[in-house]
Design a protein around this ligand. Structure first.
Ligand code: SAH
Length: 357
């Protein structure tokens, strides 16, 4: 039988489990603190009795990821981690340093089933969702390896967080818990392509995180071509959900907008964006689209992006252009995992050829 991974449990769940073993409540707090201070095994928990440690050892473990590869940008120090999961799958995280602290971009799934046309993460489809342990250990491993305290988290790596809802909520709770990683909700962003029903659920959780919406086009017909999720959840339904989210939480929403040459960078797009978001508490991030080998999308020119930004600002919107970090290490999500998977496939083919000969 598989052992229980302590990093999969919220503090409340751990407390319930510890009580079910007939242990005193304060034991749960001790165990939780050990886990998030980076213990690798129960045997390190020296303030538990030997008997309890032995009992726990038979029942549970503390999951951790292996660093498969690490790339460091010579341009800006951005670090990209490729992690190997226990079942052999690969995921990525990216550590970026800003003046205000260190931000880790984490993955929430192995692959993705959302199918956005410009995105590398979705090319091989969804293999599986990550466990809470696998999401949180990206943060812990990156801190341990880099020696940098992570102050901010963005859920913008591989996968759709709202397609792995329950595990993502557990992750958020443990990241935030004062005996967990103790990172404030206000320092966490969750990005979604627009899974509308889950946006309502998230509003009900009432966590003061920042919700980011990957919009990429203000026109339904155009957005549908770029993002298949728009077929199930068309723009009007997304806008309604965003308004409900704003009403419920009062938290400003981020809008992600990848600038694609000749596709969504026109004057008409800027004007439509202003119609959609005028008067709403949103901030728009313009991101020059990253080139993905299999996709023939080109980023808009620098001048075009500046004009687009100015136009939006004149129309009363709050807009910034995202700085491109780690451009020499394929820092955009999904690209390294894909490259290594292809490398492994080539190796396997070579081996198969040798065997045949
Ligand atoms: N599934 C979530 C989070 C992961 S993607 C979401 O869709 O929001 C994180 C962000 O990167 C999203 O805004 C996504 O649209 C964007 N993105 C994906 N591929 C990109 C590319 N090639 N260039 C620029 N942004 C990209």
């Amino acid at each position: 039988m598989d052992k229980l991974d302590l990093k999969d449990l919220t503090f409340e769940e751990l407390s319930g489990w510890v009580a079910s073993l007939g242990e005193k409540p304060f034991r749960a707090k001790q165990i939780f603190q050990w886990v998030y201070r980076g213990a690798h095994s129960v045997s390190e928990m020296t303030d538990l009795s030997k008997g309890l440690r032995e009992k726990l050892d038979g029942l549970c473990e503390i999951g951790h990821l292996e660093i498969e590869r690490k790339l460091v940008s010579k341009l800006d120090g951005t670090i990209k981690y490729l992690f190997r999961l226990r079942d052999g799958n690969l995921i990525e995280s990216v550590l970026m340093s800003y003046k205000h602290g260190n931000t880790l971009c984490v993955s929430s799934q192995v692959g993705c089933r959302m199918g956005c046309r410009f995105c590398a993460s979705t090319i091989g489809g969804l293999l599986r969702s990550l466990t809470p342990s696998e999401i949180i250990d990206q943060v812990m491993k990156a801190e341990e390896d880099s020696g940098h305290k992570i102050s901010n988290i963005v859920m913008m790596g591989i996968g759709e967080p709202l397609d792995n809802y329950d595990n993502v909520i557990k992750f958020l709770k443990n990241v935030n818990h004062k005996d967990g990683l103790n990172i404030g909700y206000r320092h966490i962003s969750l990005s979604t392509c627009g899974v509308v029903d889950r946006i309502y659920d998230l509003a009900e959780e009432n966590l003061p995180i920042t919700l980011s919406i990957s919009l990429h086009s203000p026109f339904d017909e155009e957005r549908r071509k770029l993002m298949p999720v728009d077929v199930q959840f068309p723009l009007p339904s997304l806008m309604e959900a965003l308004k409900a989210y704003l009403n419920a939480t009062g938290r400003r929403i981020s809008v992600e907008y990848a600038m694609i040459r000749g596709v969504n960078d026109t004057k008409a797009c800027a004007e439509e964006l202003a119609k959609l978001f005028g008067g709403m508490l949103v901030h728009i991030n313009l991101i020059p689209v990253n080139n993905v080998a299999e996709r023939d999308f080109e980023k808009s020119g620098a001048k075009q992006i500046r004009q687009f930004q100015e136009r939006l600002m004149k129309l009363g919107l709050s807009v910034t252009v995202r700085r491109e970090l780690g451009s020499d290490i394929n820092a955009a999500c999904g690209q390294l995992r894909k490259a290594v998977l292809e490398e492994e496939k080539r190796e396997q083919n070579k081996l198969a050829e040798v065997k045949q000969k």
